[in-house]
Design a protein around this ligand. Sequence first.
Ligand code: FAD
Ligand code: DLZ
Ligand code: SF4
Length: 509
Amino acid sequence: MRVLRFILGDQLTHTISALRDIGPDDVVLMAEVAEEASYVPHHPQKIAFLFSAMRHFADDLRGRGITVDYVELHADGNTGSLTGELLRAVRRHAADAVVATEPGEWRVEAMMGTWAEAAGVPVEIRTDDRFLCSRPQFAAWAADRASLRLEWFYRAMREKTGLLMEDGKPAGGRWNFDAENRKPLPARHTVPERRRFVPDALTRDVIELVRRRFGNNFGDLEPFGWAVTRAEALQALADFVTNFLPSFGDYQDAMKTGEGFLYHGVISPYLNAGLLTAEEVCQAAVAAYAADAAPLNAVEGFLRQVLGWREFIRGVYWLKMPGYEKTNALGASRPLPAFYWTGDTDMNCLRQAIGDTRRQAYAHHIQRLMVTGNFALLAGVRPAEIEEWYLAVYADAYDWVELPNVHGMVMFADGGLMSSKPYVAGGNYIDRMSDYCDACRYDVKLKSGVGACPFNYLYWAFLIDNAPSLQGNHRLGNQYRTLERFGPERRAALQAEAHAFLDALPSDY
Ligand code: FAD
Ligand code: DLZ
Ligand code: SF4
């Protein structure tokens, strides 16, 4: 009996369900395929990271005595699709059965549904238990809830896992330390240098392949400093826990020119590809708290992201897909401005966030949510266009995590399934949390007129334009009362200014 075990590019975990009970005659299949590498124009660092991590993982498996059939992108006969490679490999190895782990994306799950008939052998799809909340568990939690709120899910996950719990109660007596986690970075503050990794020969080969095949995609391929093995990813995690976690909470929402990583984990590509597991990164943070090496606000804030948001977002994805991506509650219909791909804008906050993204295939959460995301929402960009951008440009981007974050959290396209109000802000927020406004051509203090910060009038125009959908939202009551006081002429002037600004933004690049 020979079982073919198909491991996808984001399943690089030795304990993954598809590898359990592997027998001596079994073969592991891994394949670099054009379809996955080009369903969006991925950032070159993202492709290089994943292909290099896949090749290293295959070598690791071979080192453990496992037979691996690894199909490189340019291998003779490579069909360019996961299904095509699976069918070829079943024939090549005369496999009696196929075992795989459920994929991260419904598109791939639909593909897997065709495999048994096409291959003529039984196909077993196993649960991906690297997640701390399974798909059925999330569905059970969500049943009968009209709206899904992170806070309640997160508390249930803390109770279920016992992480940061003392005698059945949250450590420190509170579930939430968010209020302490909103500090801007002090002036002349030096952030410690981040541990990055020098590409080995294998990674350099992959970098050259990516340069030839995907070098025209948005994003700089080098310098390339990502960890590509589990051993390196563990070093990156240790570096984070020792040198950055203690200040993670304090500066979680801060932004600073030239400091792309600040005190963030910079571990999402490793978690999402499987080089690290959610459980071990949570345990590492909790151990730092237990050893007095990191304060509670930092560790709780970090746990909220991994145990809370990451699992919650994945739960929403599988609960609502497919179909979720088609909603457009605010009827947003503008094309994506060209500057998202070129970085060519006078709005310094956007230029910095997009520049960090181009250089690093990374921007931290607040840059994604409150700069590039906030602008797309205020501008009324078509959800599918901004979603494609986020899916392409970040090394950690996969449909299951990008889509609910962008469609739901940023664009409010689901009408508030995940958040009680849209995350919109004027320039004031960006000014408070960053140094971007100091070097901007626009004046953040000016609300309208020549030289005014566009976020300021876009903010009010967004609320006016979307009043039919949002006016009844009690969390926006203050804003709509303020708008009432503006009077009709001022409101019309704000709308005219915003629409003229948006109409003038080029979308071709
Ligand atoms: P840290 O700030 O150190 O947080 C630790 C970990 O928590 C992250 O590595 C991540 O695994 C998890 N996490 C935190 N917030 C979220 C969240 N909202 N959803 C899911 N996991 C979370 N994250 C992705 O992994 N892939 C994406 O494609 C992605 N797209 C996003 C798009 C938008 C518009 C927004 C607002 C957020 C998106 N996120 C995405 C979530 C978050 O921004 C990234 O996980 C985070 O910036 C990764 O950097 P880090 O490892 O330094 O995270
Ligand atoms: C993202 C990605 C890329 C760029 N390339 C491959 C690949 O060549 N082979 C592969 O198995 N997986 C790749 N992936 C990851 C898949 O897109 C991912 O497994 C699915 O989106 C499901 O999450
Ligand atoms: Fe961004 Fe406005 Fe500040 Fe310029 S002034 S950096 S556009 S928030």
